[in-house]
Design a protein around this ligand. Structure first.
Ligand code: NA7
Length: 533
């Protein structure tokens, strides 16, 4: 039976747009993309909250596949805000004429592998059923919004919003009392901006967080000319960099230096701002607790020096997990914002949130009347968006059942029992530990090459072999055991979602090691996968 398409791609964010271009325009395949939003952009379509910006520098948080695109697009600053990134993705969609193959406002509600495993039938929210030989998910790692089940929310008379489902028309905070729940990257970005607009902002914090200043600034003409002239070199360094960044990672061990020498390094990186503090300070701060403590203590001292009220400073100071064991945020005036008259911090560890009333939020100690509640409470990360679709493999096997005890994949690319299904930046791949566009392009290229190989060899079906998958899952766990990632209750581990299995989901072995492994697998005739005609 003939399929409607060669490939169906789910999602039109960074990953889906590139997948469409690569598979359609480079390889000549027929491709259909389904996108739930009514515009392209994925993460950058949905996360429109004030202060939303990228934590990777703009010129590397962008596609590298087109030299022309790279040269004609000019980023305004180091860390552009969401509207600029969304404009970029819309420009990409137009420039490569991608829109004609994207169905917007169309959510995939289910997909079923064919009995022979040589294709997929996909059902959409518009009731359509379409078939393709391959199904590629490009649904993002942080796209399934998590609105915590706090009793009484339905009674609240004001307005509530989740940062990851922000209304396109925006939210007017002027003369409003706002309650913001959550102090992850999102809450940390939104706090200063909401505080500047609202009459009163109350931040409800469950876990204090370490954050490093972004030190965002517009590019000067000279800086931009330098970036454009050296782009190929920058891209190469980013591709070869463990976390997908072009800067040199630190090799030295923190404890080989005196406290004074270490603090000089930390201070310089604090002044420079951004992820370099984590990656370019010392090589062991994500591996060795004592080494990490030197960085954590430095940040704690900074918090105490910025926040004027000693009680607020104490509450804002993280002591229960090492820096970097949760996704490290980057901020613009976060701690400074708590010196404002109109900002209050509520520590939910001292006085837990017990419910929501008609008027606002209630803790064990008090009721906080507000006009707007902002949930900056994160996502059902890495697996949420995949499991919310009803994906069924061979013999009706539900992905939710295959992953009952946590996600199991081979290279993060495939799951045994789900032939011809590829997951871009799926669990078990470097994904969220790497600058996303770098790891997305690597996955899409690998998947494209794999499909190309199959076509040239007259092969129709590819499926991960369970033993290869078991070995990969074990390897992913083993690599994670050598890090400090188990020292925090994080979304990397699924801890933020009640009942979610606690499994470290991304691959922590670094992008170059992972890329090498994927390339070796391909060269060895797709070792670990079963291919058939
Ligand atoms: P995160 O990093 O998951 O942060 C969510 C925040 O919300 C965090 O402070 C949580 O506290 C808090 N939270 C979650 N549920 C609750 C409840 N029920 N009550 C109180 N507080 C709660 O999500 P973000 O959106 O900030 O960032 C996600 C990623 O997007 C980010 O890492 C970047 O990669 C981009 P907790 O720490 O769990 O105690």
């Amino acid at each position: 039976m003939k399929n409607d398409f060669d490939v169906i791609v789910i999602g039109a964010g960074f990953a889906g747009l590139y997948a469409l271009y690569r598979l359609r325009d480079v390889q000549g395949l027929s491709v259909r993309v389904f996108e739930a939003g009514d515009g392209v952009g994925g993460t950058w379509y949905w996360n429109r909250y004030p202060g939303a910006r990228c934590d990777s520098e703009s010129f590397i948080y962008s596609y590298s596949f087109s030299r022309e695109l790279e040269q004609e697009w000019k980023w305004s600053s180091k860390y552009p805000e969401q509207p600029e990134i969304l404009r970029y993705l819309n420009h990409v969609a137009d420039r490569f004429d991608l829109r004609r193959d994207i169905a917007l406002s169309t959510r995939v509600v289910g997909a079923q592998a064919s009995e022979d495993g040589r294709g997929w039938s996909v059902e959409t929210s518009s009731g359509e059923r379409v078939t393709a030989q391959f199904l590629v998910t490009a649904v993002g790692c942080l796209s399934a919004a998590n609105v915590p089940k706090i009793p009484g929310l339905e009674k609240f008379q004001g307005r509530w919003v989740h940062t990851g489902q922000w209304p396109t028309e925006g939210v007017d905070f002027r003369a409003k009392r706002v309650g913001l729940v959550g102090t992850g990257s999102t809450g940390i970005q939104a706090t200063p901006r909401i505080a500047a607009e609202a009459s009163q902002l109350t931040v409800f914090q469950r876990t204090p967080n370490y954050t490093i200043p972004a030190r965002n600034a517009p590019f000067t003409a000279e800086q931009w000319a330098e970036i454009q002239a050296t782009y190929p070199e920058i891209r190469k360094r980013a591709r070869d960099g463990s976390a997908g960044f072009p800067f040199t990672l630190a090799g030295e061990r923190a404890l080989d230096f005196t406290e004074e020498e270490r603090n000089r390094v930390y201070e310089a990186l604090w002044q420079e701002g951004g992820f370099k503090f984590l990656y370019a300070s010392f090589g062991d701060i994500l591996r060795d607790k004592t080494a990490n403590e030197t960085a954590s203590a430095f940040i704690r001292a900074k918090i105490r020096s910025i926040v004027k009220n000693p009680d607020t400073a104490r509450r804002l100071t993280p002591t229960d997990h090492p820096y970097g064991s949760k996704r490290p945020p980057i901020d613009s005036d976060y701690f400074e914002t708590f010196n404002r008259e109109n900002v209050t911090l509520v520590d939910l560890r001292e006085t837990p949130l017990v419910g929501i009333t008609e008027k606002g939020l209630r803790t064990s100690a008090a009721e906080y009347p507000v006009d707007v509640i902002v949930f900056a409470t994160g996502f059902d990360a890495m697996t949420g968006a995949l499991l919310r679709m009803d994906l069924r493999g061979l013999r009706g096997l539900r992905l939710a059942d295959a992953w009952e005890f946590g996600p199991r994949t081979y290279l993060g690319l495939q799951t045994a029992g789900f032939p011809n299904l590829f997951t871009i930046t799926g669990p078990g791949s470097p994904s969220v530990l790497v600058n996303m566009p770098v790891t997305i392009e690597q996955h899409v290229d690998w998947i494209g090459d794999c499909i190309g190989h199959m076509r040239s060899q007259g092969l129709a079906r590819i499926e991960a072999i369970p033993e290869a998958q078991d070995a990969w899952v074990e390897h992913v766990n083993e690599v994670a055991r050598g890090t400090l990632f188990y020292e925090a209750k994080s979304w990397y581990l699924g801890c933020n979602i009640p009942g979610k299995p606690e499994v470290f989901m991304p691959y922590a072995g670094g992008q170059p090691t992972y890329r090498k492994r994927c390339d070796e697998v391909a060269r060895a005739g797709y070792e670990g996968f079963r291919l058939s005609a």
